[in-house]
Each structure stands twice: as C-alpha cells, then as structure tokens.
Design a protein. Structure first.
Length: 153
C-alpha cells in the first residue's frame, strides 16, 4: 500500500477530548514537529494507538533520510490554533530543509515530540514524490492552514 490522502488521526483527537486528556498542544513553539516520509507508509487514521505516533507502528520505518535532514524532522514555528464561524484551523510557518539532498519525499507527519508516545495529529499527502539535490525543500502550507475542522454539522 501507500499514502493515498491526507488525514487527521482519530485516536489522538478522541484522546484529546476524552478521559485520557491527551494534550497535543498544537500551539507549542518547541514540541510540534514535521517529519518526512516516503510513499512506502500505509497510514491508519482509525483508532489504532500503535499507528498514531512518530516512531511507532507504521511510523517506525520509511522516514526520509539524506543530507540536510535529521530524523524526527523540524520544529514547526509560528503555530496557531484558531476558531472562527465553527471552523477550527491549525497553521504554522512553512517548514524547510536547506542544503538538503533527499529523494522520495511524499508525506509530512505532524506530531507532538514531547508526549510519550509521540502522538501524531496529521499526515499531509504531498500527492507526488519530491527530491532535492543540495537545495531547499520547502513545504508551503496552504493559505487555509495545515488543517481546518468544520465543527458545525
């Protein structure tokens, strides 16, 4: 299988709202990271705890490697979590990897590096593989943010 679309990890959203009180803290300027994965990962957005954390389950392999990339990815900066007209939006500055030589970059896993396990919030499917050769890989976040949840049925 492979990455076939972006998605939010149901288990971790449920844990944030349920009795376990998982604190994803999407506004953290030091804990929220973006890691890069190849198309060899098959995401599981259901209620599987094992497949909803960086370094666990399907996220324990197939992370991109190469010059200019450190395992675990980069810290997202200028993170915001805002609400307007019943829509909750998560956004950040555009992450980048300068002077990098990477191949097969297909997915961006957004997760909290301060939790155990390192709970994932979102996987973004880049829809094709990307590569750099001693260049900069820049992920341009949509003007609408990484994710928008319409909470009004």
């Amino acid at each position: 299988m492979a990455i076939s679309g972006s998605g939010i990890f149901v288990n971790n959203i449920g844990a944030s709202l349920g009795d376990s009180n998982l604190d994803l803290d999407l506004e953290s300027e030091t804990l929220i990271k973006a890691a890069l994965f190849t198309n060899s990962v098959t995401p599981d957005y259901s209620t599987s705890t094992a497949n909803a954390a960086y370094g666990a389950g399907v996220w324990n392999a197939n992370e991109v490697s190469g010059t200019g990339y450190t395992a675990g990815g980069v810290v997202l900066t200028t993170t915001t979590l805002t609400g307007s007209s019943g829509v909750l939006t998560f956004d950040s500055a555009d992450p980048s990897w300068s002077s990098s030589t990477l191949t097969g970059v297909r997915g961006v896993l957004i997760y909290n590096n301060g939790l155990t396990p390192k709970s994932a919030f979102l996987l973004v499917d880049l829809t094709q593989d990307y590569a750099t050769s001693a260049g900069t890989l820049l992920i341009q976040v949509s003007a609408s943010g990484w994710a928008a949840l319409d909470l009004v049925p």
